[in-house]
Design a binder for this molecule. Structure first.
Ligand SMILES: C[S@@+](CC[C@H](N)C(=O)[O-])C[C@H]1O[C@@H](n2cnc3c(N)ncnc32)[C@H](O)[C@@H]1O
Length: 338
């Protein structure tokens, strides 16, 4: 008789209360804990005063961050753990806390209504009170910037992997459709001096993209094109990219966007779609599957999809070949060749 593993509820409790740890980190980013400590270690009292929190809360808050391995403590003196120092100090170009800032200011509250979203199938974000997500974001320059920076943070791993893994030596021009801050164009052009191109997005993104491209010294090879992908044709280029675009939209809209890309590509041109692509069996990629639930919260009809789904849509539209290649952290790219 085979031994039966004793059942244990520990994993269930850990999962159910994971939001305690998550919100502790999000508040630490909001309060600038890691940015303060990047300037040097501080005692409990010094750090508490710098970030403006109550005496009662300080020790537990900081020590929770120690236990979460975001801070280190020597006696009563706190410093950043190495990863937190690299990625959560606002003063460093490697800062990826933009995504966490948006998670804190928007998604954390909206996910509180997940059950209602599951019951109704309706978005639980700004759209719930009749506002358009991108309209709301783009009417406030500070929110727009926060959103664009969050997109850079969420796409950085994939951007670096696409710059590395895609056969750029075969192509000369590219455009990134719905580029947000322009991170993909910057990473691709930064690594491949022979390519030119840029990114398209709605007009309010122009100053944000132009500034980011200039800050990376690439204004001579990258341009911004104001573009509405529902009303305008796609720009022509050897390679078109859609990252975190298709999952925002319903199936009809997804196919319409892939079709517009197909129309704009030359023969042998390539379409790169990247997202939190779900594994074909829909059993493994927690990030991809919860991202799809996030699309339930955020959009009227969006959903994430498997590599097989996307390849089938590409084949239906006319792409002669396609393949799926993993990038980083639960993301993959689906490449379609015209
Ligand atoms: C989820 S973000 C993805 C940004 C970026 N591609 C990335 O992977 O980080 C979606 C982008 O689509 C853009 N977008 C939304 N509606 C659009 C439209 N109708 N035409 C063009 N761009 C649009 C948004 O402004 C936003 O930058």
């Amino acid at each position: 008789m085979s031994a039966v593993e004793p059942l244990d509820s520990e994993r269930i409790l850990e999962l159910g209360l994971a939001f305690w740890s998550s919100k502790t980190l999000l508040s630490a980013v909001e309060l600038g804990v890691f940015t303060e400590l990047a300037n040097g270690p501080l005692t409990t009292g010094e750090l508490r005063q710098r970030i403006g929190i109550h005496e009662r809360a300080a020790r537990d808050f900081f020590d929770t961050l120690v236990a979460l391995r975001m801070l280190e403590r020597d006696g009563d003196v706190y410093s950043n753990a190495a990863e937190a120092d690299a990625f959560l100090d606002k003063a460093k170009p490697s800062y990826t806390g933009g995504l966490l800032e948006m998670a804190n200011s928007r998604l954390y509250g909206f996910w509180g209504n997940l059950t209602e979203g599951l019951r109704t199938g309706q978005p639980q974000n700004e759209a719930k009170v009749g506002e358009d997500l991108f309209g709301v974001l783009y009417s406030d320059p500070a929110r727009l910037r926060e959103f664009a920076q969050a997109m850079t943070a969420i796409s950085m791993g994939s951007a670096l992997a696409i710059a590395e893994k895609f056969p750029w030596q075969r192509y000369k021009t590219f455009m990134d459709i719905g580029t947000a801050q322009g991170n993909i164009p910057v990473q691709v052009a930064g690594k491949h001096p022979h390519v030119t191109g840029g990114g398209t997005d709605l007009p309010p993104l122009e100053p944000v993209v132009t500034e980011y491209v200039a800050a990376n010294g690439l204004s001579d090879r990258l341009r911004f094109q104001a573009h509405d992908f529902f009303t305008d044709p796609f720009p022509n280029a050897d390679v078109l990219i859609m990252g975190h675009i298709l999952h925002d939209w319903d199936l009809t809209e997804k196919k319409m966007l892939i079709n517009k890309a197909y129309e704009a590509l030359p023969d042998d041109g390539a379409l790169i779609v990247y997202d939190a692509i779900v594994d074909d069996e829909r059993r493994e990629n927690v990030y991809g599957l919860t991202m799809s639930l996030n699309m339930l919260i955020e959009t009227p009809g969006g959903f994430d999809y498997t590599g097989a789904d996307c390849r089938a849509w590409m084949a239906e539209i006319g792409f002669s070949d396609s393949y799926v290649e993993p990038l980083t952290g639960g993301e993959s790219m689906v490449v379609g060749i015209k």
